[in-house]
Design a protein around this ligand. Structure first.
Ligand code: 5GP
Ligand code: ZN
Length: 119
C-alpha cells in the first residue's frame, strides 16, 4: 500500500503523527518539515507529505498542488534560515538514486558551498 494516514513501520509517518521524535519546524494539514537527523551541511531539512507515498514515482497524477506546496514551503524555509541566495532541493527516487526512506521527502540543503549533486 503506497498511501495511508500511517503506514506501519514508517519512521516518517511516525514523525508526522508525533509518535516519534523530530525537530519539526513547520506543519500544516498537507505537509511536515523537520531537520534531517544526519546533517552534513548547516541546513538540512526534509519536507514530507503527511500522507504516505513510497516515493515520487508513487504519487498519482492530480497532486500538483501538494508537490508545489512542498517546494514553496521549502523556499520559505530557505528564506527563514537566510540561505535564500544559495540552496538546493532534491528528491531521491529509488534505492539506486540514494533513497533510503520510502516515504516521499524533499531535501532542502544549504548554508555552505555545495558540490555537484551526482556522481
Ligand atoms: P534519502 O536517502 O531517502 O533521500 O533521505 C533520507 C534522509 O532521512 C537521510 O538524509 C537521513 O539522514 C534522514 N533520516 C533517516 N532517519 C531519520 C529519522 O529518524 N529522523 C530524521 N529527522 N531524519 C532521518
Ligand atoms: Zn510513511
Amino acid at each position: 500500500m503506497s498511501e495511508s494516514t500511517l503506514t506501519q513501520g514508517c519512521i516518517f509517518c511516525e514523525i508526522v503523527n508525533h509518535r516519534a521524535p523530530a525537530e519539526i519546524i513547520y506543519q500544516d494539514e498537507q505537509i511536515t518539515a523537520f531537520w534531517d537527523i544526519n546533517r552534513q551541511v548547516p541546513v538540512h531539512i526534509l519536507v514530507v507529505p503527511n500522507l504516505h507515498y513510497d516515493s515520487l514515482d508513487a504519487v498519482p497524477s492530480g497532486l500538483e498542488n501538494l508537490l508545489g506546496h512542498m517546494i514553496l514551503v521549502a523556499k520559505n524555509i530557505a528564506k527563514h534560515f537566510h540561505i535564500q541566495e544559495a540552496y538546493r532541493i532534491f528528491i531521491n527516487t529509488g534505492a539506486s538514486a540514494g533513497q533510503t526512506i520510502f516515504h516521499l521527502h524533499l531535501h532542502l540543503v544549504g548554508g555552505r558551498k555545495l558540490g555537484r549533486p551526482y556522481e
